[in-house]
Design a protein around this ligand. Structure first.
Ligand code: PLP
Length: 462
């Protein structure tokens, strides 16, 4: 059936109106739907419709059935995990990308996909203070970006692996607080968990460089082949930053690939006063910064940078005949630098965000979130029932009730049960810890203040 275009236009206006209203007044929704697993499945037909339906019915059901089952990551009071909120210009970019539905398999299949990706990542690279030698490409998630980094590291250490497969002994180093995606990458690449060294952290949850060096030395002496260090700038639990400069020094001394996982906190390098925390990352072989975490761009957009595109190419280039083209040498074929062939036009939404907000707009948002996190930390410290349990270098605050884990679990459950706020937790040194990650485009200081008041009231009632 060909779409009667007037119906599309009318429904499209209704969709935009719905989105505008959603952004106008997001607080009328609960952050998390009070629903049981399976409820939506039960509410929907078990079989798809035979005949096409009207947009009216479809959109009515979207509002009636789907929205109530949504956890609103865009909600101003979503403080769980790390933020992943979306600014209005990104929505428009995403709509246009869907309308074009162009596929950047290689340059020829859609020059705009490849070239806008190059332009937007170069703009971001400049804001992050990284040198021009860093080649940028977009993946869906940080997990996949890190997978590519570790594959390139393996290629550098063991070029034969591409033909004969992985051999045991290649050894990877990361802190005990590194994200689980690093383990998963090592699993997928045949490194094996036995060859992942989890280096202990210091009192501020940063990888200990003395232990890192000692472990590398011991492994070399035992005949293993150290090949990669993964440093985290903004760990998932506490947002601590591993010592990047010493990691770069050790990587250079032992000839290892250094990958920096800055999935969340990397955005803060846009701020000159936070830049010192990242000192040394310009010497990394690869870096990941998720625009879909703290850069107001919706899932998915993970910015991956490498100083070694030649190694990425060696690891991944494999061109079947039907994809061979004869452009001039300026044409970049991103399929040569990673696993995905199909490439959606993610850069378009990012271009909209970078242009509409500008560095000034993004800086203002980041600074507000950091300032509110500092205020929250101060309120916590001023209430003797609570303790702050980690430094707050960015916009994530870790704290707990002074008391047992059970009391903290109950506190978190009750705050979340209200449906008005959503927080998550972590465990530090065997202790259950609450986390507040501030980073939503729509959040205000008042939201943070009200969250703290609710936490205090809930603690009174426990
Ligand atoms: N790295 C860090 C430090 C993270 O905190 C996360 C997720 O929160 C990831 C990687 C994984 O991100 P993604 O969901 O984009 O794979």
């Amino acid at each position: 059936m060909n779409e009667p275009i007037e119906e599309f236009r009318k429904a499209g206006h209704r969709v935009v109106d719905w989105i505008a209203r959603y952004y106008e007044d997001p607080r009328r929704y609960l952050v998390r739907a009070p629903m049981r697993p399976g409820e939506l499945v039960d509410a929907l037909p078990a079989e798809a419709p035979e005949q096409g339906e009207s947009y009216e019915r479809l959109l009515d059901d979207f509002e009636r059935l789907i929205v109530p089952a949504v956890t609103h990551w865009n909600h101003p009071r979503f403080f769980a995990y790390f933020p992943s909120s979306c600014s209005p210009p990104a929505v428009l970019g995403e709509m246009l990308a869907a309308a074009l539905n162009t596929n950047g398999i290689h340059w020829l299949s859609s020059p705009a996909v490849t070239e806008l990706e190059q332009v937007t990542l170069a703009w971001l690279r400049q804001w992050l203070g990284l040198p021009a030698e860093f080649f940028g490409e977009i993946f869906d998630t940080a997990s996949v970006s890190s997978l590519h980094a570790i594959a390139a590291a393996r290629e550098m250490a063991d070029p034969e692996a591409r033909e004969r497969g992985a051999q045991p002994g290649l050894t990877l180093y990361c802190s005990e607080h590194a994200h689980s995606s690093i383990d998963k990458a090592a699993l997928v690449l045949g490194i094996g968990r036995r060859y992942i060294r989890k280096i202990p952290v210091d009192a501020e949850f940063r990888m200990r460089e003395d232990r890192l060096e000692r472990t590398i030395e011991q492994d070399r002496a035992a005949g293993l082949r150290p090949f990669c260090i993964v440093a985290t700038a903004g760990t998932t639990s506490t947002s601590s930053v591993d010592p990047l400069e010493p990691c770069a020094r050790l990587a250079e001394r032992y000839g290892l690939w250094l990958h920096v996982d800055a999935a969340y906190a990397g955005a803060a390098a846009i701020l000159p006063d936070k830049r010192p925390l990242f000192e040394g990352w310009q010497r990394a072989d690869s870096i990941v910064v998720n625009a879909h975490k703290w850069l107001f761009t919706p899932l998915d957009l993970s910015a991956f940078y490498t100083r070694r595109p030649d190694v990425m190419r060696r690891a991944f280039s494999l061109v079947p005949e039907y994809l061979r083209t004869a452009e001039d040498s300026r044409a970049v074929n991103l399929m040569d630098y990673g696993v995905p062939l199909g490439r959606r036009f993610r850069a378009l939404k990012f271009w909209f965000v970078l242009r509409r907000l500008g560095r000034e707009g993004i800086t203002k948002l980041l600074r507000s979130h950091i300032a509110w996190a500092a205020e929250l930390a101060a309120w916590i410290e001023a209430d003797s029932r609570f303790e702050r349990v980690a430094p707050v270098p960015f916009s994530t605050v870790c704290f707990r009730l002074r008391g047992d884990n059970e009391a903290n679990r109950r506190l978190l459950a009750r705050v979340n049960q209200s449906g008005r706020f959503f927080l998550s937790h972590t465990e530090l040194d065997g202790r259950f810890v609450l986390r507040v990650a501030i980073g939503n485009y729509h959040t205000s200081r008042e939201d943070v203040r009200e969250l703290w008041e609710l936490i205090q009231r809930t603690a009174d009632e426990l």
